[in-house]
Design a binder for this molecule. Structure first.
Ligand SMILES: [Zn+2]
Length: 256
């Protein structure tokens, strides 16, 4: 069995055929999907979606792209969502200095506030990090809650900071791209800290690159992890499923 640890299943890209997407996931051996909230609206949608389906769990958070909209009211809304049992983590939050869609100080403020909310809720935090390695590494050192480094593609500074706090490293379809260069992190990640994800509808792995990504494709990610590490794909499936259950809790034992 596989767990897709990060998919934007509430995205409008899945509106036409969400049930068929979930049926294909089940056929591909995907037992559980973590449905990500990257805005307050998407977080509400994720929570509503997973209430109707076993095998789905939600997260609630404000993405760094949206950090300029961070407010006290947003914090209150997230706190309410995090109190729901079907919301298993805060996120995605983090820092993105590649796109800079929000000012960097606003990104840092929203990220720090969400780290505190996650700790108060005793739930893990799903972190998006892009071209902000020094600041991400510094903020991770103060994170007093379990951390997932989602679609891991950062440099050695963030890898080391993650290792120091026993973070989970979630790998996406990026590891199947010709441009992938962070193979050291992929092979050095301890088996009990590995996760696999799609980040659907984005980042579809080879051989579906450029198309809409969906949970069934997490199989290609697991196979690429297995090839890189020289380990059987069955082991990767077992480890990443065990890890997701340990990290996100009992709800992850329900299946699609
Ligand atoms: Zn995402």
């Amino acid at each position: 069995m596989l767990v897709d640890a990060h998919c934007h299943l509430g995205d409008a890209a899945f509106d036409p055929d969400r049930d068929a997407v979930l049926a294909r996931a089940r056929e591909a051996g995907v037992g559980h999907v973590v449905v990500i909230g990257a805005t307050l609206a998407e977080s509400d949608r994720a929570a509503a979606l997973v209430q109707a389906h076993p095998g789905l769990s939600a997260t609630a958070g404000v993405h760094p792209h949206e950090a300029r909209h961070w407010s006290a009211a947003a914090a209150v809304r997230l706190r309410d969502l995090l109190a729901l049992p079907e919301v298993v983590a805060l996120g995605e939050t983090g820092l993105d200095y590649h796109y800079d869609h929000s000012p960097r100080d606003a990104q840092r403020r929203a990220f720090e506030a969400q780290l505190i909310l996650a700790r108060e809720a005793r739930k893990p935090v799903v972190v998006h990090a892009r071209e902000a390695d020094d600041d991400v590494a510094a903020l991770l050192r103060g994170a007093d809650t379990p951390v997932v480094l989602h679609s891991f593609s950062s440099g050695p500074g963030v890898f080391e900071a993650g290792m120091a706090i026993a973070a989970y490293f979630s790998f996406s379809g990026m590891i199947t791209f010709k441009s992938w260069t962070m193979t050291d992190a992929l092979t050095a990640c301890p088996p009990d800290r590995l996760l696999v994800e799609t980040d659907g509808p984005y980042l579809a792995p080879v051989p579906h690159r450029g198309k809409r990504n969906e949970p069934a494709f997490v199989r290609f990610v697991a196979e690429a992890v297995a090839r890189s590490r020289g380990e059987p794909v069955e082991s990767i499936g077992q480890w990443t499923t065990d890890n997701a259950r340990r990290l996100f809790g009992a709800r992850l034992a329900t299946t699609l």
